[in-house]
Ligand binder design. Structure first.
Ligand code: 5AD
Ligand code: SF4
Length: 346
């Protein structure tokens, strides 16, 4: 196969995606990342969108084999933030000039339909910010209520597009269920984000190609590709972490295939590589999601070990990111950073 030709094709076959994911020569990799950067510039411009995350509860009713928040992990100290604490944190995010607030938690039904709706509605009263929900799989009627209350986006990763592996990692959940949720969210008018984890036990390059193709089929507004990092007190605690290189390759190929989609440089990538954020932003990413969860909770949101920036003061986060982003000739967006497909939908 001819690398240059593939990099400039409009549509890529699964074989071509696998070919790109298997590149290993340093010069070839540079070509791949440069092409992804070019596609990112064309479809997203030079602005980097910041999304302020509030991890408001680390309770979870699920038992995903890879995740430190799984219900069976009795070693984790659990917390729930009150609605007042959540709304106060949202104010801090808005005051630091960030226009998307991500409300994230484990699957925690303690926060019922009305409580989440109240939090959404209250934040929307403060300013015209976008609200992203990342609460796992919830009821279809709940998604609808929250949309009416003002939620704009929903983030629900598919984690793996391989149905067999999906059933292994998530004993009581099925891939087709998850896909049905994603499709329903889209129907309700949410801007929808999904994505996978890279380097999960038993996962192959072919599976990752399928992940990218599933993101394409779902016509997502946002797609996140994060590295797996083994987490203590989980069945996968002794497994190997994902490689930085494979993570960057996946992001770059995803950018070339998906084109007008938001792709974050994840905190997980920044955790396994000191310069992970910058490398990600240069390999197709256009979004960064800083964590605004207040102390002491932020240290207890232990999806995996040694999460990046855990000891930083959330307030100093923006200036640190600004320095990093401007050092590579990019700038922080002053807009909400809505879907790049909005004009196509309306
Ligand atoms: N390593 C990296 N990411 C993880 N997630 C869960 N466990 C891990 C891990 N060990 C991610 C999943 C999930 C989100 C809560 O965090 O993608 O969607
Ligand atoms: Fe819960 Fe999500 Fe972790 Fe699974 S990945 S255990 S649903 S927080």
């Amino acid at each position: 196969m001819n690398l240059e030709k593939i990099l400039y094709k409009d549509e890529l076959s699964k074989e071509e995606i696998i070919f790109l994911l298997n590149l290993s020569d340093e010069r070839d990799l540079q070509k791949l990342f440069n092409r992804a950067d070019e596609v990112r510039a064309k479809y997203c411009g030079d602005e980097v969108h910041l999304r302020g995350i509030i991890d408001f509860s680390n309770y979870c009713e699920q038992n995903c084999l890879y995740c430190g928040l799984r219900a069976d992990n009795t070693k984790l100290q659990r917390y729930r933030m009150s609605p007042e604490e959540i709304i106060e944190t949202a104010k801090q995010i808005i005051n630091s000039g960030i226009f998307t607030i991500v409300l994230q938690s484990g699957e925690d039904n303690y926060y019922d339909t009305d409580l989440i709706a109240y939090i959404i509605y209250s934040i929307k009263q403060i300013a015209d910010v976008a609200i992203t929900l990342s609460l796992g799989e919830r009821g279809f009627d709940e998604y609808q209520t929250w949309r009416i209350a003002g939620a704009d986006r929903y983030l629900l990763k598919h984690e793996t597009a391989n149905p067999k592996l999906y059933s292994i990692y998530h004993l009581h959940q099925q891939l087709n269920e998850r896909i049905a949720h994603l499709k329903f969210l889209k129907k309700l008018g949410y801007q929808v984000g999904s994505g996978n984890m890279i380097g999960l036990p038993m996962q192959t390059i072919e599976d990752i190609a399928d992940d990218i193709l599933l993101c394409k089929e779902l016509d997502l507004d946002m797609a996140a590709f994060g590295p797996f990092i083994p987490s203590p007190f989980t069945p996968y605690r002794n497994k190997k972490p994902a490689s930085v290189e494979l993570t960057l390759k996946t992001m770059a190929v995803a950018r070339i295939v998906l084109k007008s989609v938001h792709i974050p440089a994840t905190t997980a990538l920044a955790t396994i590589d000191e310069d992970g954020r910058i490398k990600g932003l240069k390999a197709g990413a256009n979004v960064v999601m800083p964590d605004f969860t207040p102390f002491p909770y932020r240290e207890q949101y232990q999806i995996y070990a040694n999460r990046k920036c855990m000891s930083d003061d959330p307030k100093s986060c923006r200036s640190c990111l600004q320095l990093q982003i401007e050092s590579i000739g990019r700038k922080i967006s002053t807009s909400r950073g809505d879907s790049l497909k909005m004009h196509l939908n309306s």
